[in-house]
Design a protein around this ligand. Structure first.
Ligand SMILES: NC(=O)c1ccc[n+]([C@@H]2O[C@H](COP(=O)([O-])OP(=O)(O)OC[C@H]3O[C@@H](n4cnc5c(N)ncnc54)[C@H](OP(=O)(O)O)[C@@H]3O)[C@@H](O)[C@H]2O)c1
Length: 213
């Protein structure tokens, strides 16, 4: 059985993707530094589909088949590094964006190696890292009454893994996977989140990316 573990899954970004994946029939393990907190958050999610959401420590969530990293950017690398052995041979999805708030805007930060996904790749040489879900507003994902019609831009150096992630994304109602290309696109894709979020602050909206044509 394919389970999806989310590291830092108790935050808005983890909760939103967990609810939608469970609606699509996946069994999701929300990871946390505190399993009690994870259980409480998981218990409140109430997915509407055939899948399940349970709570666990990040260590236990990392035993899942596919892993999503949803911690703040400045703790993502330390978190995955501490779970390196559990993540060997696995698909690890980063949805992490390095952003800083400046007034009414969010601006992209440029971490060493250009992106957080590249940093995670360096920290996990025996895992296969894929980037996805960067541009989706957590509030819309978590609100299961919100209709989605969004594209999820996916990148990785591993063709099979980006196809696997695309298949999961396409199972979620209202999302369409778009494979952009390799890890060399990571910095642009992560940085573009700053544009999306700044637009959302300015217009008090939860807009998302939809590519046409
Ligand atoms: N929010 C959005 O709309 C959105 C959309 C797309 C992508 N993202 C990305 O998704 C990631 C998570 O976003 P978020 O808004 O959910 O963030 P968040 O609420 O600040 O953090 C998510 C979870 O990470 C854990 N965490 C916090 N500090 C940590 C630390 N020092 N070490 C390890 N774990 C820590 C916490 O879980 P525990 O306390 O339970 O361990 C927290 O609930 C970010 O990188 C963000 O850029 C966010």
């Amino acid at each position: 059985m394919t389970t999806i573990g989310i590291l830092g899954g108790t935050g808005p970004a983890g909760r939103g993707v967990a609810a939608r994946l469970a609606n699509a029939g996946c069994d999701v393990v929300l990871g946390s530094r505190d399993s009690r907190r994870a259980n409480e958050v998981a218990g409140n999610l109430l997915p509407r589909g055939p899948g399940t959401v349970s709570g666990a420590t990040n260590e236990d969530a990392a035993l899942s088949t596919i892993i999503i990293v949803a911690t703040p950017w400045d703790s993502a690398v330390a978190t995955v590094r501490s779970l390196k052995s559990q993540l060997v041979g696995k698909t690890v999805i980063s949805k992490v964006n390095a952003l800083a708030r400046e007034g009414r805007e969010l601006v992209p930060l440029y971490p060493a190696r250009g992106s957080i996904a590249a940093q995670i790749t360096f920290a996990l040489p025996e895992s296969r890292v894929v980037g996805a879900f960067h541009h989706l507003p957590a509030a819309t994902m978590e609100d299961q009454d919100s209709d989605l019609d969004a594209d999820v831009v996916i990148f990785s150096d591993h063709e099979e893994d980006r196809r696997l992630v695309a298949e999961f994304v396409n199972r979620i109602e209202g999302l369409r996977a778009v494979i952009a290309g390799s890890m060399s696109l990571a910095s642009s894709i992560e940085a573009f989140t700053a544009v999306c979020k700044s637009i959302n602050i300015r217009y008090k909206s939860h807009s998302y990316v939809k590519l046409r044509g």
